[in-house]
Design a binder for this molecule. Sequence first.
Ligand SMILES: [Zn+2]
Length: 252
Amino acid sequence: GEGMHRFTDPTDGETYVYTQLFLDDIQRVFAAFDQPDLKSVFDVSVTAPEGWQVLANGITEDLGAGRWRAATTPLISTYLVAVAAGPWHSVRTEHRGLPFGIHCRRSLAPHLDTDADEILDITRALYDRYHEKFQEPYPFDSYDQAFVPEFNAGAMENPGLVTFRDDFVFRSAVTDTERQTRAMVIAHEMAHMWFGDLVTLKWWDDIWLNESFAEYMGYQTTLEATRFTQPWVEFGVTRKSWGYDADQRPST
Ligand SMILES: [Zn+2]
């Protein structure tokens, strides 16, 4: 889960790779001045095995013979560059002229399909609500959400290619609270598209604000835009204690 992560699925032997460059792991993939307010445009080309699908921040184009090219990104920070490649199972749609996709490893396909409508409905509702709140158009060219294996956190707000731990592709019956948590994580990451990705911290010590604001927006917007009615209860019983804990550190 640090840098370029490679995973071979024991279920079917298929292999997947994806980047996780937050917080300071870009040096594991390519050399860069890794400072949030030093932004650049990125042109990414990938050579991948036949039959793979390559996802990136920008819309990707299949050039044939395993060659892929991603659309040039707008100015973004180095820690937000993302590629995810493999024989993904994908569900694609479009919302307000923008390509939306959800992706997972092939062996989880039936489980993603079962919940695809719920995930995409929530994504559309949150997208519309954030436009009302922020009054600033979504700044990237697509919105892909990839549920990736062996992810080391909950999710990561790469512009146009959010990655989630694939435990969020439920493989058995779950409680409604677990569905609410998934909705909130989708909302948290989408808030970052504006606050974190478009408007970015100057230096790493403002991560606390970046994350706190995404949490605030995530819980609030889940309540406003989805069928879930208790996100603030979850905040009270799980997340708030993280804040109390962090407040006791000498670095706070
Ligand atoms: Zn976050």
